[in-house]
Design a binder for this molecule. Structure first.
Ligand code: TYD
Length: 202
């Protein structure tokens, strides 16, 4: 049976390592793939570069949201929907909820605009979403050693606070789907919590 699972959170919440752990733990018991947004396919990764590379500093908030929605349309068609049709479990690093937290709330474009331009994603929502909740100050400290900050990492502290507030509003919008995980605990504990929830669900 196919299952579509997404992982959400601000910067430095450890999602990437978490997804690797979950993949390793489940791969022997079910067909499973991992992917990410923006990106996940050749064309979507090209769009990702335009959205995140600091050299494109003039991208407007509306263009940012539309480019990410375009990357998502491509990624859904090329990667997510085919994998689900083959009965796979799909673990996706970020999805529509990122656009709601970052573009609808933090960029203040509003929820209706984001839902409108992401109609395809709205029609293909995840079965389960883990939102890793963490004080953005802690998250930004964790990634401060990284050499290459992307254009969104470089946003102000206030922006990252708005992202977190946005995520909490999104989690309240979709309580049946979104599980809030305390990100301020060892990754092993987070991995266990997530694995338990996935095994209960599917
Ligand atoms: P990524 O390297 O995946 O960040 P992280 O390691 O923190 O997950 O970069 C993705 C960036 O793109 C991140 O700053 C959030 C942003 N983003 C949006 O603003 N809206 C979206 O819909 C998506 C999918 C990502």
């Amino acid at each position: 049976m196919s299952v579509f699972i997404t992982f959400e959170g601000g910067e430095g919440t450890g999602k990437t390592t978490l997804i690797k752990n979950i993949f390793q733990a489940l791969r022997s018991s079910r067909p499973i793939v991992t992917t990410r947004e923006p990106g996940g396919s050749l064309i979507a990764e090209a769009i990702r570069d335009v959205v995140l590379n600091p050299k494109y500093e003039g991208v407007t908030p509306h263009a940012e949201a539309l480019l990410i929605a375009a990357a998502r349309a491509q990624h859904l068609h090329e990667v997510i929907l085919p994998a689900l049709a083959e009965g796979k479990t799909v673990l996706c690093d970020r999805y529509l909820d990122s656009s709601l937290a970052y573009q609808a709330y933090a960029r203040e474009l509003g929820v209706p605009f984001i839902l409108n331009i992401n109609k395809l994603a709205v029609e293909n929502m995840p079965d389960l979403t883990f939102y890793i909740d963490l004080d953005p100050k802690v998250g930004m400290d964790r990634i401060s050693h990284r050499a290459k900050y992307d254009r969104l990492d470089q946003e102000t502290d206030d922006f990252h606070l708005l992202v977190r507030e946005g995520y909490l509003k999104v989690a309240a919008m979709y309580p049946e789907r979104i599980v809030i995980i305390n990100g301020n605990q060892p990754l092993e504990n987070i991995t266990e919590e997530v694995l338990t929830a996935i095994r209960e669900q599917s």
